[in-house]
Design a protein around this ligand. Structure first.
Ligand code: PDD
Length: 287
């Protein structure tokens, strides 16, 4: 059976889903996206993802084509049609199709595209082994709080990581870690406190980050929202990353230096466990 995707109002086999040549997503990267996990058939942190989508669309002035209830119905229907109970749903909205011109078109309707990627998130091997990270310069624009489909800097950062034998890149500006190529970055101090960069235009407001911070407070883990340098990360007790498609993943080396003896640390393991517990019980999701 071929994968069923959603394009502009229709569910159809991926081979039949065609976007016009003049789509502004293709020509300008003029659009925004979201990505959400499905676990045990639940949409994890759905409300928070839809809220961020609304915000991204508002910031770039693309009208939101659907209400939250309609988006939710589409996500559920897409997961159902693909028989996907665990994995990732990607959805993007572009400014639509028009003759190439930089300014907004007068009458274009947004292009809406959604697809699923089945994936074992809970039993991912990387959760057992931990991953390697390398640091790279953060070459992105100054509105990283918008989940823009312009991902060229992240493509280059993650490819550099792959070529260095790592699974994620940590992007660095003025000596401070901003975030991962497609994840939020955290360290744990020797005193057992979680450190994460505060929200600003310099990073994406990660939904997994937000949920995890709320959960860590509930279990009494102390938290510092502040910037941290690459040197502090090298010297940290633990490091980890969060994202919708991976939840919480231990980082065991940064630029080839072992963190926590090169093994996933206890605070990271505990946070992964409590996040998975929350993700499989939908009503506890982030407010
Ligand atoms: N990436 N920072 C960046 C730059 C990201 O691209 C992502 C997510 C995150 C984590 O955000 P969240 O917890 O809401 O997934 C942080 C998604 C998973 C992607 O592009 O595939």
């Amino acid at each position: 059976m071929s994968r069923i995707v959603f394009l502009n109002g229709s569910f159809l086999p991926i081979e039949e889903a065609k976007v016009p040549f003049m789509d502004r997503g293709f020509l300008f990267g003029d659009g925004v996206y979201e990505g959400i996990a499905v676990l045990d058939g639940n949409l994890v942190d759905n409300d928070a993802h839809l809220e961020r989508l609304e915000r991204s669309l508002g910031e770039v002035r693309i009208p939101n084509p659907y209400s939250r209830a309609e988006w939710t119905r589409l996500e559920e229907e897409l997961a159902r049609r693909n028989g996907m109970t665990e994995g990732f749903i990607y959805f993007q909205v572009t400014r639509g199709v028009a003759e190439r011109d930089f300014m907004f078109p007068e009458n274009a309707a947004p292009t809406v595209a959604m697809f699923t990627q089945a994936k074992a998130i809970v039993n991912a091997p990387a959760a057992e082994t931990g991953i390697a990270v390398v640091t790279v310069p953060d070459q992105r624009w100054s509105r990283r709080d918008i989940k823009s489909i312009n991902l060229l800097a992240q493509v280059l950062a993650k490819q550099a990581a792959k070529e260095a034998g790592a699974q994620e890149a940590w992007m660095v500006q003025d000596g401070y870690v901003t975030e991962g190529g497609s994840s939020s970055g955290f360290i744990v101090t020797k005193e057992g406190r979680i450190v994460v960069r505060p929200l600003s235009n310099a990073i994406l407001p990660g939904i997994t980050r937000k949920s995890l911070l709320a959960l860590s407070k509930d279990v009494g883990i102390e938290l510092e929202e502040r910037m941290f340098t690459v040197e502090e990360a090298y010297d940290a007790a633990e490091a980890f990353m969060t994202s919708a498609s991976t939840f919480v993943l231990p980082i065991v080396t940064i630029d080839g230096r072992s963190i926590c003896d090169g093994k996933p640390g206890p605070v990271t393991k505990k946070l992964r466990e409590i996040y998975i517990r929350m993700a499989s019980s939908p009503r506890m999701a982030a407010e």
